[in-house]
Design a protein around this ligand. Structure first.
Ligand SMILES: [Zn+2]
Length: 292
């Protein structure tokens, strides 16, 4: 699942390469697109033709594009203007990615939506398991019925230490579970929660209520430093290949069996598939292990 650092870098590339470009054509693989697209405009994907990308921003794990749409009959737009704003909101979830490439590059089986841009490139949505969602709307995403959008908490790098300490108080469960709840902070998922907790030297299954003031301070500092430093590393490794998810630089996540970069202890694994937890038993002591 792309998280804040990856999506921030995707946004930067989109700003450079896509904003200001016009969509000259649209295409989709009907089966995948019917699962992925939620159309609140009733115009379908083809309704994006001749629209121009105006802007993009990230909110939590969502990417929000704003476009200017030329209205054929100005009487059709809400204010009678010849142009109207529309929104494309992408929630890539576990397996969705964007790709920016030339149209000559083969459409793989996982490419479900493609937009031909006025500079000759294609912006594609690829998704191995069609788990992500692409929403089309004529109003801002907070006014659309997008699951988990309007309930999101603040961005992790926008909360002060004092706000963080206040916000975490009502949450009483395991600290990793709290970090990945979007109502608490938006944009942190399974991978970066592991990295943050390793930096903070906190066991992922420690209960929030067991953390003292110094540990909560360490956690806040680790959120800021981990996400900030990761964005710099992702920027270098991703380049303009926005379909990649560079994570080799991580310290513990997906490093099962390798030595902890801080103490050399073998990195532990709990869980399976996409919900694995990696941590160092020596650096991150304590916590009740699930099932024990
Ligand atoms: Zn260690």
């Amino acid at each position: 699942m792309p998280e804040q650092p990856e999506l921030d870098v995707v946004c930067e590339v989109i700003h450079r390469r896509v904003i200001g470009k016009r969509i000259v054509d649209t295409g989709s693989a009907p089966k995948g697109a019917s699962i992925i697209v939620r159309d609140f405009t009733q115009r379908g994907l083809s309704g994006l033709r001749e629209s121009t990308f105006d802007g993009v921003f990230r909110r939590g794990k969502f990417l929000v594009f704003t476009l200017t749409r030329v209205v054929q009959n100005p009487g059709d737009s809400a204010n009678g203007e010849p142009c109207a704003t529309m929104f494309v909101v992408i929630n890539p979830k576990l397996t969705g990615r964007l790709q920016l490439c030339l149209p000559t590059e083969r459409h793989g089986l996982n490419c479900h939506i493609w937009l031909s841009l006025s500079d000759g490139r294609e912006l594609r949505y690829i998704d191995q398991k069609t788990m992500g969602q692409v929403y089309l709307g004529d109003v801002a995403p907070e006014h659309l019925q997008i699951p988990d959008y309007s309930t999101m908490g603040p961005e992790p790098l926008a909360v002060t230490r004092a706000d963080f300490l206040l916000r975490i108080k009502p949450f009483r469960g395991e600290i990793k579970g709290i970090l990945t709840r979007s109502e608490f902070l938006a944009g942190i998922g399974n991978a970066y929660a592991d990295e943050i907790l390793w930096t903070a030297k906190l066991h992922p299954y420690r209960k929030r209520t067991s953390l003292d003031a110094a540990e909560l301070d360490r956690l806040y500092a680790a959120i800021v430093s981990t996400l900030t430093e990761a964005t710099t590393k992702v920027r270098v490794e991703m380049g303009e290949n926005i379909h990649l998810k560079p994570r080799n630089f991580m310290n513990v996540h997906m490093k099962t069996g390798q030595p902890c970069p801080r103490c050399g202890t073998t990195i532990s694994l709990i869980g399976a598939n996409q919900r694995i937890t990696n941590f160092c038993r020596a650096c991150q002591p304590g916590g009740l292990i699930k099932g024990m």
